[in-house]
Design a protein around this ligand. Structure first.
Ligand code: SAH
Ligand code: SF4
Length: 349
């Protein structure tokens, strides 16, 4: 028995070879490739420029496992959360965040996450599986559709800040970025993409060597090993020195500044001493700091910092010349904010 092959796993060259075996010309393979990626076909039947006969042949030989929309929720502030189902009935989530001049898609890279950061709702789910690059790309396409529908504008930015740790699904994340930025896909500029990592030093070094130009954000959240160890397990194997060295290498080779994401937690990392430690790291590598408002998560002892504390913290950083932005949370009413993307691993009916 010949198992059906997943047609979305083929590169264009592989597609051409497959079509040669079907005694079909090269240009057909190109057409199918375009249907799959440029036109995001979700079934063979949609490929109307192909003969019915060929579509049946393809159906017999290949699988087309596109991500399907499951639930759409729209927040008061315009944020759209999209629940999507995968071919194996697993569910993932992605978010579209409209702003004055931009539409940002926040996409997932894994079902669940293996890293269990103590403050993150996704971390409470065990890592179930990596997403395939086509599944990451599909989220972008579906979120783009909502951007167009609700704002009349396409996506302008993509952040890998949904469920999962992108650098632990390295190959698929890189392939998804390649198709998003290629003319066969969305043709988006690499600088419009940001990958957020909890700090996988080897992954940072590896992506630096790829010579790509997307942005990198580090989920720092604590500026000493002692504190970071308490909330992020990954710090035990990838301590701050190792990660900072990798970030320095990234900056030296790409010329890009790094973004540090720092959630302010009440009485954990919101003192002036914490701010001072943060300034020290900031000064080690050309960077920006995003101070993130914590979305309290049920069952987590850490809570969002008081607003007076936040203001003092920001003032302290600004007085020292730090380039810092305060990020308010979006889509709170629909649990679409960072760290609230946890679909409890339910399966689609
Ligand atoms: N695994 C990657 C990317 C996904 S998390 C990473 O950790 O960077 C995206 C961002 O949301 C990270 O900075 C993460 O630390 C932050 N985050 C997680 N839970 C949050 C919460 N409850 N409130 C605010 N931000 C949260
Ligand atoms: Fe995983 Fe990132 Fe959440 Fe940590 S913060 S558990 S790495 S998704």
């Amino acid at each position: 028995m010949n198992a059906k092959k997943d047609i979305r796993k083929f590169s264009l060259e592989e597609m051409i070879t497959e079509f040669e075996q079907l005694q079909e010309p090269k240009f057909r393979a190109r057409q199918v490739y375009e249907w799959l990626w440029k036109k995001s076909a979700r079934s063979f039947d949609e490929m109307t420029s192909l003969s019915k006969e060929l579509r049946i042949k393809m159906q017999e030989r290949f699988l087309l496992q596109a991500v399907q929309e499951h639930i759409v929720q729209k927040s008061k502030d315009g944020t759209v959360k999209l629940g999507m189902s995968l071919h194996d009935k697993r569910l993932i989530e992605g978010v579209m965040i409209p702003d004055d001049d931009r539409n940002t898609a926040c996409v997932s890279s894994q079902v669940g996450c293996s890293l269990s950061c103590s403050f993150c709702a996704t971390g409470f789910l065990k890592r179930d599986r990596n997403l395939d690059w086509g599944e990451i790309y599909d989220q972008v396409i579906l979120l783009n559709k909502y951007a167009l529908e609700y704002t009349n504008k396409p996506l302008t930015n993509i952040v890998y800040m949904g469920m999962g740790e992108p650098l632990l699904n390295y190959d698929n994340v890189m392939k998804s970025i390649r198709i998003i930025t290629s003319p066969e896909g969305l043709n988006m500029a690499q600088k419009r993409i940001t990958v957020s990592t909890s700090g996988i030093a080897k992954g940072i070094t590896r992506l630096t060597d790829e010579g790509m130009k997307f942005n990198l954000a580090l989920s720092l959240h604590a500026a000493t090993d002692e504190k970071r160890d308490k909330i992020m397990e990954i710090n035990h194997s990838n301590n701050l020195e190792t990660v900072m060295n990798a970030l320095t290498y990234f900056h030296q080779k790409t010329g890009n500044k790094v973004t540090f994401e720092y959630i302010l937690f009440d009485k954990f990392n919101d003192t002036m001493e914490d701010a001072d430690n943060l300034v020290k790291l900031y000064n080690k590598v050309p960077s920006f700091i995003n101070l993130i408002e914590y979305n309290n998560v049920e069952g987590v002892t850490l809570k969002k910092a008081k607003s007076e504390k936040r203001n003092e913290f920001v003032a302290y950083l600004r007085n020292r010349g730090v380039n810092v932005a305060v990020r308010r949370s979006r889509g709170k009413d629909i649990d679409a904010a960072c760290g609230q993307l946890a679909n409890k691993n339910e399966t689609a009916a």
